[in-house]
Design a protein around this ligand. Structure first.
Ligand code: NOJ
Length: 976
């Protein structure tokens, strides 16, 4: 077995070691590399406004003129535009556009932009173009909205039964969102809405206040003084000398358009919990940022942050400006489509949750998702930004990665060792060292002499490979990608708009393709075609890392904000979308490689709202510590509710050398993450599961096999996510939106709609763990069938969690379709028989579902799939278990109705149900048979102490052996 042979690497060694050492010796995030709010002039200005605004007598200086129905682009659509004025600058004009969107049960959109600016600049207004499925969502017809105007107020009633209402107060601009007459959300209630207008550099702040009052002098001292409206200094704070040019560390941001930040407060009355704003390493229910646990706002500015902290509001790799607010009665969501740096303060006064959003540039583009519950919010968000791309099924198997598998022999040896130890494996990954001088696409032929041979060898075992392609492109004329990018003129520009921007990354001096430029798209597609990238095969998929983008010698390890992208937009305007554009381009390229197309798999580190359409993401460079392991659950839950359901964390921890105990706990947690990949930094010791002694190796093997057993459940959950937007990892508040006690629970979760409840163990020496239960159902331990009885009380139950186990419960009332045969890879399981585990609910009933297709093509879009439902019903003396077609049940929503009558269904027509296990029956049956079939079935009944369903203990278990039924067919088993 070869271990990391750093000596074998010739060229990049020095650079690599520099950064490897850099990353591995620094303990914790380097705070000095990243801005705090007070180090950003716009955040300083806007955040201090929230302090000044508490002065008595303060009100918003913004007011509205009467609205007019605008009819610019959409005939008959429900859209109104209001002039928006400010007492601060009476000559400056803004407009508020209010749109009502057709899909999504009443989504309202509010946009504010500056109009008629005398300066030749425009605010960035294209975030929607990239984030939304339809840049301009179709509006509902005007007849669906009732507009009522009274003096100083316009109100719109809309949505189902006109139950939603948007009330716009004119004189001090304020918007109230109501449902059934109750206030749900206020916009600008605190008067923090402010949009800095474009101004000439030499424009003076008015020396005198507009209403004639003398402008106060100084700064802090006057903040608490009674404000004089029209007084710009009071409202905006003293100009701090960084409106036009801003320094951070050794960098200067030229800010050619000067200040253009905006701010808005959004409050959720009667609510204690808000969720969202991924990505942060914080609890799922977002704590306040006013000096308790956190004193910095939640920062959305995609950065490459190594050794990030496990409990912080610091920015990470991705940004989704979405929140869900939740109380026991309703949910409401808010999406702010802005791609510039955005910071959000959260506070929890008695009245509800208050948020204050501060963004550096762009228009204000808010979408109000009406709810009324979390499931509705997911569907509304999906109606706007799309659902997760249905992944190839193998991508839900186990992924083995490290930085780096060093050569072909190493890669093949990994395959052999997994096989030898009977541990399933689907994907083997290659980090940056596979590429000659980190020139992605160019294999290092010394170590990978025949990449095709290697990929085919791996592919012949039913497995895949993933290789990394980072966005930095080595500046060397003998690199075709660089040459092409230059010729096509698709490289991101410096602030002058014409010179290519150059920076430093793994490959040394590099350039970055501007994926906002449409010219780059078809070219990038070509790069992945098998004719062009001759060293790739259909078994090879892609990892897009470092796409925030990471620029080692740039401000905050990224690009200067004044760099220029296609359309003349500054990098500051588009930064948070940058990573998504790269992900998107690679996703589209992989889909185009084969004819007919196959599903792509691209892992990205950076993301934005809408990234779910392009593939998976992971939580970046975590640490191999218990705290990080614990923090991953809430991070992944937050990503899930923000649409990024295909997500995972580096199993084992990227940095550090976990003890065997910790590694086992990482594997158990990882086996229940949607994306399950072990990964490790180049400086760490090798830690593939087969390297360990017993019992550790055996436990890891069983954990990975457990994942494979559960693959049908994951794939079914992904089918649901890809059609509805409902995530695969569901926190307590999503499943039980009326149980306020469960809202802060973020260390356990349900998998899809399966009823499986998992709580990873994330601390050392644990023997048992407490699980919170919200509902009046029994729960069964998946491993040993210990039953926790139903109760009308919310409760904690104690579940044994010795090293080889952890809380994995099945909620009574669910049927789990599982596949228990161990295989080398998931692609070899498609004909394997199923076991149905039926966990009877309190009433003796249960339901479940199963979605199956070929796992890699798009034929499912033509109806080539099987979608089954299972139902168990108990009446006196008899329990029946029935299999039925879910497609028929949902046929109204699906254009191509396929009732098992398709090529895929025929292919798996003889796949059997080999076992049915019924948990929670009270007494043994006397007969078990399949309706319409002669003869009885073999069965076995184990009495459990808990057979009365009331006391905790072993559940009774009926095992029906080989019932000779087919998974895709209709049948009924009778248990009498
Ligand atoms: C940073 C990524 O986060 C990490 O996973 C990867 O191993 C290194 N880049 C090297 O490519």
């Amino acid at each position: 077995m070869r271990h990391t042979q750093l000596g074998a690497w010739s060229w990049p060694l020095a650079l690599l070691l520099l950064f490897a050492t850099f990353t591995s010796t620094a303990l914790g995030a380097k705070h000095g590399d990243f801005k705090t709010c007070s180090q950003s002039s716009f955040c300083r200005r806007l955040r201090s406004l929230s302090q000044r605004s508490t002065a008595s007598g303060f009100h918003s200086p913004y007011s509205l003129g009467q609205g007019q129905q605008s009819d610019i682009s959409q005939k008959d659509g429900a859209s109104w535009t209001f002039p928006l004025n400010t007492e601060l600058y009476p000559e400056i004009k803004f407009a508020l556009k209010v749109d009502f969107v057709e899909k999504g049960d009443g989504i309202a959109r509010l946009r504010v932009d500056e109009v008629d600016s005398k300066l030749p600049w425009k605010r960035y207004n294209e975030a929607a173009k990239w984030a939304l499925v339809d840049e301009t969502p179709v509006l509902t017809s005007i007849g669906n909205v009732r507009k009522v105007s009274s003096k100083g107020r316009t109100s719109f009633k809309y949505g189902p039964g006109h139950s939603l209402e948007l009330v716009i107060d004119h004189s001090h601009f304020k918007i109230t969102f109501r449902r059934d007459g109750s206030d749900i959300m206020y916009i600008n209630e605190r008067g923090l809405f402010h949009m800095e207008h474009f101004r000439a550099k030499d424009e003076q702040q008015p020396a005198e206040a507009v209403d004639g009052a003398a402008a106060p002098e100084g700064n802090q001292q006057v903040f608490s003084a009674r404000p004089t409206h029209g007084d710009t200094t009071w409202f905006e704070g003293e100009p701090d000398g960084e409106l036009w040019e801003e320094r951070f560390s050794k960098w200067t941001d030229s800010k050619p358009k000067g200040p253009e930040a905006f701010s808005v407060d959004i409050s959720f009355p009667g609510v204690e919990h808000i969720f969202g704003l991924a990505e942060h390493a914080s609890p799922l229910s977002l704590p306040s940022t006013d000096g308790g646990r956190y004193s910095e706002p939640y920062r959305l500015w995609n950065v490459d942050i190594f050794e990030y902290e496990h409990d912080s509001t610091m920015a990470l790799y991705g940004a989704i400006p979405l929140v869900h607010a939740q109380n026991g009665k309703h949910s409401v969501g808010l999406l702010s489509l802005v791609a510039s740096e955005t910071l959000v303060d959260v506070t929890h006064p008695k009245s509800g949750v208050q948020t204050h959003w501060m963004s550096e540039s762009g228009i204000m583009d808010l979408l109000i998702l009406p709810g009324p519950d979390p499931m509705a919010l997911f569907q509304q968000y999906a109606a706007l930004t799309g659902t997760t791309d249905l992944p190839p099924q193998w991508a839900l198997g186990y992924h083995q990665c490290r930085w780096n598998y060093i050569d072909e022999t190493d890669v093949l040896e990994v395959q052999r060792r997994f096989d030898e130890e009977d541990i399933p494996l689907d994907v083997t990954w290659l980090d940056i060292e596979y590429a000659e001088e980190h020139r992605y696409f160019d294999w290092d032929k010394k170590h990978f002499p025949d990449p095709q041979r290697m990929q085919n060898e791996v592919g012949s075992k039913g497995r895949k490979m993933v290789a990394i392609v980072d966005p930095h492109i080595k500046r060397t004329d003998d690199f075709r990608i660089y040459k092409d990018a230059q010729e096509k003129n698709v490289i991101t520009k410096k602030s002058d708009g014409t010179t290519n921007f150059e920076g430093w990354c793994w490959t040394g001096s590099s350039v970055w393709v501007d994926f906002f430029n449409p010219e780059s798209w078809s070219w990038w597609k070509d790069m992945f075609s098998f004719n062009v990238w001759k060293d790739s095969t259909k078994y090879l998929f892609i990892w897009n890392d470092m796409n925030e983008p990471s620029v080692f010698d740039g401000p905050e390890i990224s690009m200067p904000r004044d760099n220029i992208h296609h359309g003349g937009w500054e990098h500051r305007d588009v930064h948070n979308i940058n990573g998504m554009m790269f992900h998107r381009a690679t996703h589209d390229a992989l889909e185009a490689r084969e004819e007919p197309a196959k599903r792509s798999f691209v892992l990205s580190r950076s993301f934005y709202a809408g990234s779910q359409r392009y593939g998976a993401i992971w939580t970046g460079d975590n640490l191999g510590t218990w705290e990080h392991m614990a923090g991953e659950t809430s991070m992944l839950l937050s990503l899930n509710i923000c649409g990024m359901t295909f997500c995972g964390a580096d199993v084992g921890g990227f940095f550090g050398n976990p003890t065997p105990e910790m590694l086992i706990r990482w594997y158990q947690a990882g086996a229940f993450m949607p994306f399950f990949r072990a990964h490790a930094h180049i400086d760490t010791k090798r830690r593939e599961p087969y390297l360990y002694d017993e019992p550790y190796k055996g436990i890891m093997r069983e954990t990975i096999r457990l994942r494979y057993t559960m693959l049908p459940i994951w794939y079914t959950a992904f089918h649901e996510a890809s059609t509805t937007g409902i995530p695969t990892m569901r926190p307590q508040y999503v499943v039980f939106p009326k149980d306020e006690k469960g809202f802060a629970v973020d260390d356990q979760y349900y998998i899809g709609g399966s009823g499986l409840l998992v709580k990873p163990v994330t601390a050392p020496a644990v023997e048992s763990s407490e699980v919170y239960l919200s509902d009046n159902q029994p729960y069964y331990n998946y491993f040993n069938h210990h039953m926790y009885p139903a109760s009308t009380k919310r409760r904690h139950v104690t579940v044994p969690a010795p090293l080889e186990s952890f809380p994995l419960l099945v909620q009574g009332g669910n049927i789990l379709p599982v596949r228990t045969r161990a295989r080398r890879a998931s692609t070899l399981m498609w004909r394997d028989p199923f076991t149905l585990v039926i966990a009877l609910g309190r009433e003796g009933t249960a339901e479940g579902e199963l979605y199956l297709d070929d796992g890699e093509s798009f034929d499912y879009q033509k109806g080539e799939y099987v979608w089954r439902g299972f139902k168990a019903v108990s009446t006196t003396g008899e329990t029946t278990v029935t299999s039925f077609s879910k497609v028929e049940e949902h046929s109204n929503n699906i254009s191509t109705v396929s009732v098992n009558d398709n090529a895929w269904a025929s292919k798996i027509g003889d796949v059997r149900v080999e076992k049915v296990v019924v948990l929670g029956m009270q007494k043994p049956p006397s007969r078990v048979w399949v309706d319409g079939e002669p003869g009885d079935l073999y069965w076995d009944f184990e009495y459990g102490k808990a057979s009365n369903g009331k006391s905790e203990g072993q559940a009774s278990k009926l095992t029906i052996k080989n019932p000779d039924i087919r998974i895709i067919r209709e049948w009924t088993i009778r248990i009498a």
